[in-house]
Write a protein that binds this ligand. Sequence first.
Ligand SMILES: C[S@@+](CC[C@H](N)C(=O)[O-])C[C@H]1O[C@@H](n2cnc3c(N)ncnc32)[C@H](O)[C@@H]1O
Length: 452
Amino acid sequence: MRRSPRFLAAEILSRVESGASYANILLQHNLGALSEPRERSLATVLVNGCLKHRLTLDYALRLHLRKPMSSLPVRVRQILRLGAFQLLYLDKIPGAVAVNESVELAKTSEPKFTALLNGVLRRVMETGWDLPWPEAAREPVRYLSVRHSHPDWLVRRWWKRWGFTETEELLRLDNEPAPLWIRANVLRTDREGLRERLLLEGVAAEPGERVPESLRVSGLGALAELAAFREGLFTVQDESSQMVAHVLRPQSGDAVLDACSAPGGKTTHLAEFMHNTGSISAFDRHEGKLRLVEELAGRLGISIIHTYPGDARELSGVEDESQDGVLVDAPCSGLGILRRKADLRWRKEEKDIEALPQLQLAILERAAAKVRPGGTLVYSTCTVEPEENFEVVKAFRSAHAEFVPADLAERLPFSLSDPRDRRQAEKGMLQLLPQRHGTDGFFLAQFTRREV
Ligand SMILES: C[S@@+](CC[C@H](N)C(=O)[O-])C[C@H]1O[C@@H](n2cnc3c(N)ncnc32)[C@H](O)[C@@H]1O
């Protein structure tokens, strides 16, 4: 059979479900099998959509199945979800096409199930969105979980913290496609120069409002095919991550330590800030991922980054109190970027959040020891969980009076309009939330080591 977007999507989804790999890696490695950009884009939408909406799709499918979904072969489950996703979420695909294509897909791999697939998907087509949802007033968590396809434990956490309306908005945003941001490499161009250059290559870009180097693009297609990319004029990086270098604000010639650097998005931004002078020691526990930092630095024309494989709870070889600036972009649950990682919500468990703060605090404490008097320490994560953010900072501060927070508002490259944000910023912290700020969920904290 010719490799079609639906065939590829069913294969990738089956492999993700059996735990073989992550969806984004499988997409990256297998999309090349499809020749047309239109086909590659459909396969991507199908894989991400089926993963994000899995719980809602299963809810809709279960109404028409006599057996539980789990009793069906893995490939049949994926074909059912693919069919239901097209029927419920993709207006441009006629219902009959979605059903017929699913049946065709089953003929090649699970011929015994074609009649079941045909019957169930036809019923989903008839029912559409007219589903017997749990009653929101009586079972708010179950309603939000099923309607917006997020795990129950996570919805419960967020609902307790933010209430129904705000939680629903966050869940809705997690299911939207993530905006694509790039960062102009100021060593080689400026934002306007990059914007004009991209336009010549057929890519429209809009300047971001929060970070002076940021541009929002509607789609970059195959990145490596753009000459502007090969020439190192930009890096793909979310706008909230681009705030970190502004908050650390290293100077040309500084000595900087990045404790958890791979794949190098923030390390290279720091180097650009420093006009590629001084030095950056880039640690990461995973040696293989440090190659990505080196490759990125090479493409961007950066020579001051030196990579070191090693545990940030040790940071051996770096003298205490020797660094002008230290960044801890800590390993975290990633719950602020669910819109970017379609399968992440199903891979996390509540106990992951319980285990992480200990590691985050240990890294922060070790890295802090490297900051010179008067130097700056920045802690960041891409999560919205207080245990990984405010509470880590609180524990750190209670044991380290030598670090004082400075007003973050003075370092951020944009002004904070919400009084709640200004109050946090005065204490050196900021929690960005998709539902309030329109950004990824991201946390930043900044401290200065007292001069002796
Ligand atoms: C949030 S990511 C860093 C992203 C990176 N700063 C960037 O902007 O591209 C966290 C990194 O911490 C690394 N890591 C996890 N545990 C670590 C440890 N104990 N010591 C050092 N690095 C660790 C992971 O390999 C991962 O690359």
